[in-house]
Design a protein around this ligand. Structure first.
Ligand SMILES: Nc1ncnc2c1ncn2[C@@H]1O[C@H](COP(=O)(O)OP(=O)(O)OP(=O)(O)O)[C@@H](O)[C@H]1O
Ligand SMILES: [Mg+2]
Length: 378
């Protein structure tokens, strides 16, 4: 018997599924959007994931279809399910991750802790929300945002006029999401994995640091997290995975408020940047875990291998030369650093790789990880 996973999308998340697939002896095929993408070394097909014909032909001989991103349209997902293809996460769960308004509404039904929010379809509704929330709020486009694109802190409703205008042009119409501006002390993320047959594995809760809306670094586990905080975060992850029927990896982005409450920011139903530390810092990394989960195999141990792990993103990369040209220096100075590169062209602000360091002294781990990552940036 051989097992074959098909991944829709050729980005770095698909790329990082390749190594554990090879280790386990699982076949992995990627449907890439273009030639020479991050996961091109496993790309068996290049094509448009919006096209049901393309995705169906890609899925013909795999055991399960999974994803590098959440953007595959619902009609394509249903076509796969109708054709008898196993799809994990499934269309219903993915539909919730695809639209932040749908997500807020479903999390409310599940009784999950969230910031105050509303769906607003024009500037007067938005202004009402602002007036009720101290004059500042966060507006978000419900679909297609990433790395802080589609997120704006505003203090006047007119600051979202361009987004309302774009909505008016959009055939699907709809509304914008507005949320209270959460006074958080820090951001956390909770990873869990869930198999179709129900088993769930919960990772240690981690701290994430965002700069200009982009994840910059992750500390695992979250420093000075009380047992109560860790168990509440784990329970939130478990309840969402079960309540929404998520299969594969789920990341729950959380705000920890100054009065020690946890509020849900957003969900990702796939391996996520906040879980990259687990590749080197946990017994079972999130990419291996995702493969196990979508194939409905028993889940691996999620414990940390060391007291601390720190993951630092390489943002932008070197301007004049390549990441590889920095290898010798980084490897000489930081032999404990685990270096991951995504095969992407350096460009300002772009995530082109990350570095993880694990150990028992957090100060040293943080110093090594940051210094190693900064060697790759100009
Ligand atoms: N309601 C809020 N209150 C305060 N800060 C917020 C709020 N919503 C978002 N932010 C800040 O903006 C960042 C990006 O928001 P969000 O995660 O919704 O956007 P995204 O572009 O979908 O992110 P990602 O890069 O995770 O895909 C958050 O990590 C947080 O720092
Ligand atoms: Mg986010």
């Amino acid at each position: 018997m051989s097992l074959k996973v098909g991944v829709v999308g050729g980005g770095q998340l698909a790329r990082m599924m390749i190594a554990p697939a090879v280790e386990l002896g699982i076949e992995i095929e990627v449907l890439a959007e273009q030639e020479s993408m991050s996961a091109s070394l496993a790309a068996t097909q290049v094509g448009d994931y919006h096209d049901a014909e393309v995705v169906l032909s890609f899925a013909r001989d795999v055991d399960v279809i999974t994803f590098d991103h959440e953007h595959v349209p619902q009609d394509v997902l249903s076509a796969l399910v109708d054709a008898g293809v196993a799809v994990h996460p499934g269309p219903a769960a993915l539909g919730i991750a695809q639209d932040k308004l749908v997500m807020r509404a479903r999390l409310a039904e599940l009784g999950m802790p969230q910031p105050d929010w509303a769906a607003v379809s024009g500037t007067s509704e938005l202004q009402e929300f602002l007036d009720a929330h101290g004059g500042r709020a966060v507006v978000k486009t419900p679909r297609g945002g990433y790395d802080g694109k589609g997120v704006r802190v505003i203090s006047a409703a007119t600051e979202a006029e361009d987004w309302f205008a774009a909505l008016a042009e959009d055939a699907r119409g709809g509304a914008l999401l507005v949320e209270e501006l959460v006074d958080f002390s820090r951001e956390l993320a909770q990873q869990v994995a869930r198999r179709p047959s129900g088993e769930i594995a919960v990772y240690p809760v981690v701290e994430t640091v965002q700069r200009e809306g982009v994840c910059a670094e992750v500390i695992a586990p979250a420093p000075h997290a009380s047992d109560r905080l860790s168990s509440v975060a784990g329970e939130i992850g478990r309840a969402i995975a079960e309540g929404l029927g998520v299969t594969g990896m789920l990341a729950v982005e959380l705000f920890e408020t100054t009065d020690e409450r946890l509020l849900i920011n957003e969900l990702a139903m796939r391996p996520h940047n906040s879980g990259h530390w687990s590749q080197d810092g946990a017994v079972t990394g999130q990419f291996e875990q995702h493969l196990r989960a979508v194939l409905d195999l028993p889940l691996g141990d999620t414990s940390a291998r060391a007291g601390w792990s720190m993951m630092v993103n390489i943002l932008g990369g070197p301007r004049r030369d390549s990441l590889e040209s920095r290898f010798a220096a980084v490897m000489t100075e930081h032999p404990a650093a685990k270096i991951h590169t995504y095969g992407k062209e350096p460009r300002p602000g772009r995530k082109v790789g990350h570095v993880t360091v694990s150990g028992d002294d957090l100060d040293d781990v943080a110093y090594q990880a940051r210094a190693a990552a900064s060697h790759f940036e100009d």
